[in-house]
Structures are given as C-alpha cells and as structure tokens.
Design a protein around this ligand. Structure first.
Ligand code: DC
Length: 208
C-alpha cells in the first residue's frame, strides 16, 4: 500500500488548494477525484446525455480514459477549463450520485494509487470512508458556508449549499467524516497553516 493522505470535505473547504500545497511540500503526487467526476459530466453533456440517464452516464464513465495531470482530459480531449463551468457545477452532483459511475471511478483511483511510485495526497468526498479507508492520515476539512462560498467565487452561496446538500444526503457514499478522520476547520486559516497541521499529523503517525 502506498503512503496515502486522504482529504475529504465539502465544496470550498480548501481541499484542492491544501492538497496541492501539501503534496508539493512533501514531494508527493496529488489526485483530485472531483475532477474525475467533473470530466465524466463534461463528456456526458457533450454527448447530449441527460445526467439523470444513469445507464448512459455509467457507460461514459466505464469506457472513458481520464487523466487529471498535468491537465484534466477525457478521451484525449482537454477539459481542464470546462470542468469548472456553471453547467458542470449544476450537473456534477447528479453524476456523482450514480452508483455505477462511483464504482468505475473508485476502481480507477485505486489503480492510479497502485501505479504511483511515491506518496499520494488524494482529495474528494469518500476518500477516507470508501476509497482508501486504510490511508495513513485522514483529514476532514470544513469551513463556514460564508467562507466556502467566498472561495468558490462565481459559483455563489446557493449553488455551493445545494451541492453540499446533494453530496451529503445521497445514498451512494455520501460525504461524511470517517470515524478516525481528524477534523480541521480552515475558516480564517492560511493554506500554510493547514498544511503545517497535516504535516504534524503525518509526523505523529511515524512516531507512534
Ligand atoms: O471537489 P469538487 O467540487 O471538484 O467535486 C465535484 C463534485 O464531485 C462534488 O459535487 C461531489 C463529487 N465528488 C464525489 O462525489 N466524490 C469524490 N471523491 C469527489 C467529488
């Protein structure tokens, strides 16, 4: 098993920024799993598939070639900018609630970790609870809704709140804090401060 730091939390809690900075600090790689669900959403919309058509969306997810680095692409098409569009913000929660899509993504995420020669920081909603329950460090990032909406900029308060509600109340791997995850409220903290806290958590696991 690779060295894995799992980071979960709602939209705007700082996962992506913190995961990138942490990976850089440790010299590890980073995996943004939200980008994978977003890429499947972009490709489904491009094929004019209704996000609620679970079978058709699942076929897209199962057959797609997805890369997240250095830029996000699906089936060889760069979608790095498109995955942040308003249309994707609206549809991605529906796509992410699709059980078959989740199975396909989780399988890929585990395979990617297997292929990774060094440590890996993975961020998403179900990383500590489902994808890597044996990760070395599990972090649950939170922040106030006001702060999270501010960080998401154009997406807006209402859209962030709606997405959180859908992500936390769905049947398939809902967003929740793993029983052994460390909760970190990032409201008012700098990226460096959060990274430092997680590095300390990592050090504590080595000294135990
Ligand atoms: O982190 P993000 O906002 O880019 O994630 C986009 C959507 O994907 C989010 O609404 C929830 C979903 N998601 C998920 O269900 N499981 C993950 N591991 C990552 C993201």
């Amino acid at each position: 098993m690779r060295d894995i730091i799992a980071i979960d939390g709602p939209a705007g809690s700082g996962k992506s920024t913190v995961a990138r900075a942490l990976a850089q600090r440790l010299g590890w790689s980073v995996l943004d799993t939200g980008a994978m669900y977003r890429a499947v959403t972009v490709e489904s919309l491009r094929q004019h598939i209704d996000p609620h058509d679970s079978e058709a969306v699942a076929r897209v997810a199962q057959s797609a070639q997805i890369r997240t680095r250095p830029r996000v692409s699906i089936n060889g098409r760069d979608v790095d900018d498109e995955i942040r569009s308003e249309a994707v913000n609206v549809a991605v929660s529906v796509v992410a609630a699709n059980v078959a899509v989740r199975e396909a993504m989780v399988q890929r995420q585990r395979a990617l970790a297997e292929d990774e020669p060094g440590g890996l920081v993975v961020e998403g909603r179900d990383i500590s609870t489902v994808v890597f329950p044996h990760a070395r460090v599990k972090i649950y990032l939170t922040a106030s809704l006001d702060e999270r909406a501010r960080r998401r900029g154009d997406e807006g308060h209402e859209s962030v709140a709606r997405r959180d509600h859908v992500d936390s109340s769905r049947d398939a791997s809902p967003l929740r804090q793993a029983h052994d995850a460390i909760a970190l409220d990032t409201t008012g903290l700098s990226v460096d401060q959060v990274v430092e806290e997680i590095v300390q958590c990592l050090k504590n696991t080595t000294s135990n």
